[in-house]
Design a binder for this molecule. Structure first.
Ligand code: FAD
Ligand code: SIN
Length: 536
């Protein structure tokens, strides 16, 4: 089936819904999600959103903290733009009904919200809704989107590939993007969804790694689709590992928010090893538990490998139990279910992949390299995060760039041509898959070797091994994709592999250690910070 809309937005998280709500002031928008509408990372965000809202804080300090965490690879103009837009973004969310925690004692100084603290921030600057901020944001945005007659929300539609001018009935090579081919999980057919503009808001690629805090759908689809269509991608080697994911053999991706350390939690060695029960971060960085994430994650990785541990401990049991329950009700309840009372005992934690800093190159209006195609949120590389994202800057990026892309489309509507006649998806030469086991096996294999060879600490030899594995798997996956009907798992596998290839290529390209890219073969940081930009 082919349908035509004003604008197509792929993704219903913070970036996609922000763009949709703004566009819907005068355009009709189709928003698609590959699973449930709240199935992206946004719904799982815990800590909060960074913004300068305290009289003692300043835009300059937020900019500086972002640049320090990003190891100088950030684009200063982007950082300044996002930081200065942050207070207005928080106001818009509050107006939409996000129930941010109110300031406990700051009202008299004009502070409206309670601000928590996270690693790398020189001030308290994180607004939050308890320890489940993302869920509150997702609920408020979905409520506003559902109430808007100009927004159509469709779940279970998996974008496969962008429709460009080469899919037109008459060939034109200008690369214009006219929408997307998407697999409809209900009808099992591929629809062509057309619009004058398309915004990629598909989130990150955490599932490229065996252990990740990201939900099941974070398979880098948007990055892979944009790359195949002809967009540049940048800094794909910069994968952020969150220091504190719960270590539990059954519950594999439960995050313990950085705010636990922000509110006084300590990282300790578990009992039974030399130094057991003692804090170790003071040995690694003067900022101790509140050093930027790359430093804390590497310190934990180092201690785990040095002592042969399965995990380290995160301990907040020295704080008043009421304070802990009040600030972290979700974590308290979830861990109590697992027989861990965080008011009395430490939490076993390990680092896990958490955020994709690299992505599709965009400008300050959210424009990609291709006419008609925009991107916002974790799928993109705007220049905000550089070599390492500062905590709680990513939801902020979604709100700022979702808004910027929507405003640009609305302001330039008359310059955007209507889509030409497009060829429907051709299934005439493929059959049903005969061996699903190949898809399942390859999924697991990619995630395993990415974890082992392209993780927190890298070497050229390990990266070359990964490159070799990618090349072998690419042959199999291309062959499979060329011969069989698409399925959700096959679509994701193809993207996962594409993204793994981009990460490995970028990591091999960078001959230094900077931020999240740490390699034993090039320990120094070069004087000049240069983006790794790959062009198709
Ligand atoms: P997402 O919210 O991930 O949404 C992606 C959307 O794209 C989904 O709707 C999905 O269905 C859709 N999609 C993907 N592929 C396709 C496809 N092929 N076809 C159709 N639809 C598709 N950041 C902060 O700033 N503060 C925090 O406290 C914080 N905590 C976090 C905690 C956790 C556990 C995690 C995983 C991340 C956290 N982050 C946090 C990061 C932040 O949540 C994400 O960067 C942000 O939510 C990404 O939003 P997004 O709109 O770009 O994508
Ligand atoms: C967290 O709550 O620790 C996550 C914050 C973030 O990823 O920005």
């Amino acid at each position: 089936m082919t349908t035509t809309h004003d604008v197509i937005i792929i993704g219903s998280g913070a970036a996609g819904l922000t763009a949709a709500i703004n566009l819907a002031q005068d355009r009709k928008v189709l928003v698609l999600a590959k699973g449930a509408l709240d199935g992206g990372s946004t719904n799982w965000a815990q800590g909060g959103i960074a913004a300068v809202l305290d009289a003692g804080d300043s835009f300059e300090a937020h900019v500086e903290d972002t640049m320090v965490a990003g190891a100088g690879l950030n684009d200063r103009a982007t950082v300044e733009f996002v930081v200065s837009e942050a207070p207005a973004a928080i106001d818009r969310l509050a107006q939409l009904g996000v129930p941010f925690n109110a300031s406990e004692d700051g009202e008299q100084f004009g502070e409206r919200w309670h601000l928590t603290r996270e690693g790398g921030h020189s001030h308290r600057r994180i607004v939050h809704v308890d320890d489940a901020t993302g869920h509150a944001v997702q609920v408020a945005l979905l409520k506003a989107a559902r109430a808007n007659p100009n927004i159509t929300l469709v779940e279970d539609l998996i974008a496969i590939d962008l429709i460009t001018s080469r899919h037109g009935e008459r060939y034109s090579g200008d690369g214009h993007v006219w929408g997307v081919y998407a697999f409809n999980k209900k009808t099992k057919h591929v629809d062509a969804l057309l619009g004058r503009a398309t915004i990629l808001c598909t989130g990150g690629a955490g599932r490229t790694y065996l252990f990740s805090t990201a939900p099941r759908g974070a398979t880098g689809d948007g990055i892979a689709m944009a790359w195949r269509a002809g967009c540049r991608v940048s800094n794909m080697e910069m994968n952020q590992f969150h220091p504190t994911c719960l270590y539990n053999l059954e519950v594999k991706n439960f995050l313990i928010t950085e705010a636990v350390r922000g509110e006084g939690g300590h990282l300790k060695l578990p009992p039974g090893v030399p130094g057991g029960g003692e804090r170790f971060m003071p040995r690694f960085d003067p900022r101790e538990e509140l050093a930027p994430r790359d430093i804390v994650a590497r310190a934990i990785d180092h201690e785990i490998k040095r002592l042969g541990l399965d995990y380290v401990h995160l301990d907040i049991s020295h704080k008043d139990p009421e304070f802990v329950k009040h600030h972290f009700p979700t974590i308290y309840a979830r861990l109590l279910d697992l027989d861990i009372d965080i008011t009395k005992e430490p939490i076993p934690v390990v680092p896990a992949q958490h955020y994709t800093c690299g992505g599709v190159v965009i400008d300050l209006d959210g424009r990609t390299d291709l006419p008609g195609l925009y991107a916002a949120g974790e799928v993109s590389e705007s220049g905000l995060h550089g070599a390492n994202r500062l905590a709680s800057n990513s939801l902020l990026e979604c709100f700022v760039f979702g808004e910027a892309a929507a405003k640009h489309i609305r302001a330039h509507w008359d310059d955007l041509p209507a889509p030409p006649p497009i060829r429907p998806w051709d299934e005439s030469r493929v059959t049903n898959s005969d061996e699903e086991v190949i898809v399942q096996h390859n999924w697991k294999e990619i995630r395993r070797f990415m974890w082992d060879y392209v993780g927190i600490v890298r070497t050229t030899k390990r990266l070359e091994r990964a490159q070799h594995r990618v090349a072998l798997l690419a042959q199999e996956v291309d062959d499979y994709y060329g011969n069989f009907r698409v399925t959700p798992d096959l679509i994701e596998l193809r993207n996962l592999l594409e993204v793994a290839r981009l990460i490995v290529r970028s990591a091999l390209h960078r001959k230094e250690s900077r931020g999240l890219h740490y390699t034993l073969d090039y320990l120094d940081t070069l004087a000049e910070a240069v983006d790794t930009v790959l062009a198709p």
